[in-house]
Design a protein around this ligand. Sequence first.
Ligand code: ADP
Ligand code: MG
Ligand code: MG
Length: 250
Amino acid sequence: TPVLEITDLHAAPVDGDDDILDGLTLTVGPGEVHAVMGPNGSGKSTLANVLLGSPEYAVTGGSIRFMGDDITDWGPDVRGAAGMFLAFQYPQTIPGVSVLNFLRQALSARKGIDLSMLELRLSIMEWMERLGIDPAFADRHLNDGFSGGEKKRNEVLQMAILEPELAVLDETDSGLDIDALRTVARGVEEVRQDRPHLGILCITHYQRLLDELAPDAVHLLVDGRIAETGGPELAHQLEDEGYARWMTPA
Ligand code: ADP
Ligand code: MG
Ligand code: MG
């Protein structure tokens, strides 16, 4: 069973009538890393939001299956509890909530288990060590003054603790330095060691992260559908040549 199976997906803003996603088909198998690249305005963020179940968008055709279930109409909370992890799903800043406290709530929502603070701290400390994160990070307030790199560390830590079946990563931050990208890549590798069946969909404007992640497949998104699929060499080709070849003249 594929981890994620998107079939002929159409989606539009709830307050608009034009489909932004316009027949998108893509399958991620167990243990696979897939990347989605594409020019500005091609629908990458819309895809991420639709996978999250954002109420801003309506699916107007096609389907999304996760682990065999049709989740097209599922809300964001149910998706999260079922094991879909979307790195950007949480608010940017939550005043007064520590990284540790937030993880406790998220874990309770995901698994229906309430770990004690001590149990959670131990499990988080083990992961922080594996991921090379300073233990003091657990007591920082969520995203409050986080650098781009710290936000990414936090996302990877969430992914490790929440044990998803599918992780959707979104590289929107052009300001990430190479160390932050390596943190993400190393985190993904560590988590995959424990969860070899984890499927990963990485939506990105840049090939730099893909150099670190070594995806199984690279998809080019143009005008809301997949225009081409290849291996890592496609990411390099796009980096060298740009997207002009695939764009319809206006
Ligand atoms: P990308 O992330 O690939 O740059 P987006 O998914 O953000 O592209 O946007 C794709 C297209 O859909 C753009 O033309 C954008 O203006 C439009 N769009 C996205 N979201 C909305 C929305 N909520 N309402 C109206 N238009 C939108
Ligand atoms: Mg159509
Ligand atoms: Mg975008």
